[in-house]
Design a protein around this ligand. Sequence first.
Ligand SMILES: [Zn+2]
Length: 441
Amino acid sequence: MNVSFSSTWYRCLALGAWVLCVGGAMGQVIGGATPEVSANLGKLSPLGTAPDWSKLAQWDKVLTRAEFEAALNDVYLDGGLLPNMWTIDDEGVSINTGQLERPFVRVLFRPRNDAPIPANTTWRSAKDLPPLAGRGPLSDLHFAIDPGHIGGAYAQMEERRLSFAPGETIQEGDLSLLTAQILAERLKALGAYVTLVRESTEPVTKARPDDFKSVALDLLHQNGVPMPLERYDGIVGDQRILTVQWQCEKMFYRISEIHARAKRVNEEIKPDVVLCLHFNAESWGDSAAPQYSPENHAHVLVGGCYSGTELSQQDVRFEMFSRLFARVQDEEIPLGEVMTTSLLNITGLPPYIYTTPNARPAGKVKGLFARNLLANRLYQCPVIYLEPYVMNNEDTFRRLLFGQYIGRTRVGDRLRSSAINDYVRAVTDGLLNYYQPRRTR
Ligand SMILES: [Zn+2]
């Protein structure tokens, strides 16, 4: 979920889109002209590392110009103004790296009439899988399940702990882990190989908030806060964001943690798909006196909708092109469509519809959106990011307090199924609905 960001800071500090909002590269020529070498295009996202741009050469002649432009315009760009970062011609695309020693890389397009070359990826699409030959319907698939957030003792810091009365508390990171553990068993029973990206309520990253003091101070200075307060004790509302403590914590549990998970996903697990499990929420105000929301909804996210400001960072630009050339979107969007349909059908929730420019509709199913999150940018394979339920909807909150159970139990004055069990069923059915018709038997 993504709550408690003030509107002013939202674009800068939203999950994954945490950029410095330095506008230097903006407002330049929009496409067309030869890209200029610009120091502004050498910037990195927080905790990002300079990419090896030569790796893009592996995608030479994988995509036609039409395929490349369709992916860019229909999925990856947000439709806003772009700095002058690449030029496209009939033979290929020249991309400004932002690195002075090698200012441009060029990736060639596949001539229109040439046969497609399979992209060289560690993940497999449904059509790459061997025949089932009587085995379990999800055999040969390797799913990584990424339980959103950390939970446990970190839930308060993460602003993912919700309590309306003593002894009645839910924490998103605990709920996502419980859901992941149950889901893993169901998927294994259907033949899949499953790995949890986080297996406990401890962080995957070895770093801790205090490790980020100098980075946090730099960030605050660059954003016009020359003398920030050290700690946020006693401060309420958005002013907390302007403290060193808040920035250090955010750097730890959001940025560093997702970087550590990405390292696990890309270097150890190497799955075919990552399923990121979250529970959404509407703004609940002060965590000491939270508010219920009448809203309750679900949506699913795939990668895309990168803004010009985000793309002016060289690591972000590199990661977007790496996904695009690997055709991640060709698997992610059809899978996302089926998963969204299953999630809405089984939970009975209406689709959430974004009204902010950080997301754009993806595919043909209502409730599926493309968004540039840190997880679905860094994980180098299709990522399905699920956001069912509004945790601070009173009915949902009551159901979540009961946790996992089979069948129905009395919640308030009605017999209700477990919200977690419904979540697991929705994901399991979605995967079956996607893979079964696409595999030979
Ligand atoms: Zn979440």
